[in-house]
Design a protein around this ligand. Structure first.
Ligand SMILES: Nc1ncnc2c1ncn2[C@@H]1O[C@H](COP(=O)(O)OP(=O)(O)OP(=O)(O)O)[C@@H](O)[C@H]1O
Ligand SMILES: [Mg+2]
Length: 306
């Protein structure tokens, strides 16, 4: 079985609750909170597991919240590899106002991470053996340099793993140029990378090909929300359309898509099928409320049709 590792530098405990009306200056009674471990790579590992795949989640964790985070992961049966940091793991708050059915998402900045701490993460990963795929996903917490994913690309090369990357902004901009295997930007992220406000649909393939020809990534899968995804490599350009489903929440769509593509790559599938499977996983995630990731039965049904 090919070995898959995910890395999450800025994980979070997602704490969800509901209130019957969000009011300022009042003490509001919340329903018992639900706790979930979240963050880019963590979600990829959890979605992979739901799809029947195995991976190990490496993540920075600190304080009591970090211990609780690990406990939440272990309850799900995830292979958890915390990388210790001094400051506490962040907690996000998600509140649904049941009077209006509106969701409020309060995101916290991550903990301050020191150089020895993020360097240790790279050292631990560079000692891993027989890793086939390394998935780097999510934002970088304060203190981690914006070229971190570029450094991770070097580690991937040293250990002979294929790097799959899903991030945004400066972290994404500084990662390319170091040899990524597969990049999964959405349209906004690719546009920013190309240095334009928003690429037109017919400009996407050229923008992606330019990155590929520079040798910055071998494959680019541009996710296009309800419009599916565009696969671009040196030899294929293919638009995979997403099916129309009853959308509940798009949270976790990108992570479910990355999980599906990583799994299909580990099965040795051809690229167009890899992307079709990823699109099915992304769409399946939108059928579930809240932060719930894709369900395998939905993925199978959608995959037969995409
Ligand atoms: N409204 C939708 N209908 C059908 N499929 C969708 C919809 N939104 C997203 N998807 C599926 O999920 C995939 C990833 O979604 P999207 O392009 O929104 O990623 P993203 O912007 O990275 O998402 P995230 O906010 O999770 O990071 C799409 O390629 C598509 O397959
Ligand atoms: Mg995304």
């Amino acid at each position: 079985m090919p070995r898959i590792i995910t890395l999450t530098l800025n994980p979070a405990i997602d704490k969800s609750t509901t209130v019957p009306g969000l009011l300022a200056e009042h003490k509001m009674r919340c329903t018992p909170p639900k706790f979930e471990p979240g963050g880019g790579g963590i979600n990829v590992t959890r979605a992979l597991r739901k799809l029947g795949g195995e991976s190990t989640a490496f993540y920075l964790a600190g304080g009591y919240s970090g211990q609780f985070f690990t406990e939440l992961l272990q309850r799900e049966g995830v292979n958890a590899q915390p990388l210790p940091i001094a400051q506490p793991t962040r907690e996000n708050l998600i509140v649904v106002d049941t009077a209006t059915n509106q969701q409020y998402r309060f995101g916290m900045d991550g903990p301050q991470v020191s150089e020895p701490e993020w360097q240790h993460a790279l050292d631990v990963l560079s000692q891993q053996t027989a890793v086939d795929f390394l998935v780097g996903s999510g934002s970088l917490p304060p203190g981690v340099p914006t070229d971190f994913y570029g450094k991770l690309a070097n580690v991937a090369q040293i250990i002979g793993a294929k790097l799959i990357l899903d991030t945004s902004g400066e972290a994404l901009r500084q990662a390319v140029g170091k040899g990524v295997y597969l990049l999964k930007p959405n349209l906004r992220e690719l546009s920013a990378l190309a240095g334009v406000e928003e690429l037109e649909l017919d400009e996407i393939d050229d923008a992606a090909l330019e990155i590929i020809r520079r040798g910055d990534s071998q494959i680019i899968v541009v996710s296009l929300g309800a419009q599916g995804a565009l696969l671009v490599s040196e030899d294929v350009v293919e638009h995979v359309k997403a099916l129309t489903v009853k959308k509940r929440s798009t949270v976790g769509a990108g992570d479910s898509m990355v999980a599906g593509m990583t799994l299909a790559l580990s099965w040795g599938w051809p690229l167009p099928d890899v992307v079709r499977y990823g699109v099915a996983c992304g769409t399946a995630a939108t059928m579930n409320a809240g932060t719930e990731l894709c369900r395998p039965q939905d993925v199978e049904r959608l995959f037969r049709k995409v």
